[in-house]
Structure formats: C-alpha cells, structure tokens
Design a protein around this ligand. Structure first.
Ligand code: SAM
Length: 206
C-alpha cells in the first residue's frame, strides 16, 4: 500500500505545501502545549512530517516507528537533510511487537494510523503505555458515509489482490482505554472525515 511511488509523491507534496490539514491542526495544538525539553514518539509517522515540524521547536529527542520501510527511509533522509538526524531514532516494524524495546516519550502521536491497524486495542494500549504526558490521535469518524467509503476502499484493495485493509474503529473503545490510563481529553476537532484529539495525563489521579 505504502510503496516507494506513493511515498515519493507524498514527500513532494509536503515540500510544496507542508503538512496536510489534519496534521497541521494536531501540530498547532501540540506546539501550544509542549516545550523544547520534551521528547516525541511518532508511531506510523509516514514521511515524518510531525518529527520534521517539531524538530524546528528544538525537541530533545524524536523517535519514529513505522511498519513501512519506504516511509521510514524517507523520514530518515529528511531528518538528515533538515539537520536533526543526531536527535532522531528510527524503528522499523509493527509498534505492537516492537513496543517493549521503544522508550517512552513526553508526546506520542498516531496520525491516521489506528485506521490502518486491525488490533486497535493493542495499538492504543501499548502506545498510551509509552506516553508520559500528551497523546495525540487522528482517526476516522464513524458516520455511515465514512464506513461506506472505507468498505469501498477495502473492496478495491481485495480486487487488486492487496492484503491492506482500513478500519473505522469504535471511538468509545479507544476512549475507554485512554481514560483507563488516567488521561483526559484536552482538545478535539473534526476536519472532513477525521477526528483530531489530544489527551493529557491527569496528574491528580496518579
Ligand atoms: C495512512 S499512513 C499515515 C502516515 C502519517 N502519519 C500521515 O498522517 O500522513 C499510516 C502509517 O501508519 C503505519 N502503521 C500502521 N500500523 C502500524 C503499526 N502497528 N506499527 C507501525 N506503523 C504502523 C503505516 O506503515 C503508515 O506509514
């Protein structure tokens, strides 16, 4: 699904226009909360837009995990080009499997990633476990027309012979896991088919 051609096209778009709209909304909010001592773990970061943008804010450590080698290689080359490779780490593989060897971070993001992964409960549980303070997610709304669109994408992938599937997960389940880890929501926005949310650890409950 995320092959070299798709990845290179996305990188060209990023160079021309910057991060896409939902990523921009997530970033604008995160920037207002975090400081330059914070570390980032971006799971399924694609070309690495969140890391590239937050590296400009001087974050101390930027970690990227991606199950796509094509995406991860591009994110790494961009980190070199932008001059922050020494602060960055890149992990190739499924985060759910890699989680025990990935350090925790002050800010953890999953931007349009939950919808690419079947076992959402494991992905949310293991990623919130790695979050010190802020947890940012972008995921699809559950409206019938969004579900219909995702079914269409899956049918198209099946016909193409691809094993890729996209998922519209239940936000109640996502929220139940996050809240059970003592995080409370501090931001929510809707843009097109996407919900953008940020949660903060509720220190009063720790
Ligand atoms: C739709 S792309 C989104 C990329 C980027 N975050 C963005 O919003 O432009 C989904 C990304 O998540 C990655 N991904 C999905 N599930 C993953 C998992 N369990 N572990 C690591 N990466 C994952 C895919 O490889 C892909 O790079």
């Amino acid at each position: 699904m995320f092959n070299q051609k798709v990845v290179e096209k996305e990188l060209r778009t990023y160079h021309r226009k910057g991060p896409n709209k939902t990523t921009r909304i997530l970033l604008d909010q995160l920037v207002s909360f975090i400081d330059d001592q914070n570390s980032l773990l971006d799971i399924g970061g694609g070309i690495g837009a969140i890391s590239h943008e937050l590296s400009q804010k001087g974050l101390s450590k930027l970690m990227n995990v991606d199950a796509s080698k094509a995406y991860l290689d591009v994110a790494q080359s961009e980190a070199e080009r932008l001059g922050y490779r020494d602060k960055a780490s890149f992990y190739y593989g499924d985060f759910v499997t890699l989680a025990p060897e990935i350090p925790s971070a002050d800010v953890v993001t999953l931007d349009r990633v939950l919808c690419c992964y079947d076992d959402m409960s494991a992905l949310v549980t293991k990623s919130i476990d790695r979050t010190n303070e802020y947890y940012g997610i972008v995921y699809p709304r559950t409206s019938w027309w969004v579900r219909l669109g995702f079914s269409g994408i899956n049918l198209f992938q099946r016909i193409k012979g691809s094993s890729y599937r996209s998922f519209v997960h239940d936000p109640k389940v996502i929220h139940a896991i996050i809240h059970s880890h003592n995080f409370k929501r501090i931001f929510r926005a809707i843009k097109g088919i996407w919900v953008i949310e940020i949660f903060r650890r509720d220190l009063s409950k720790d």
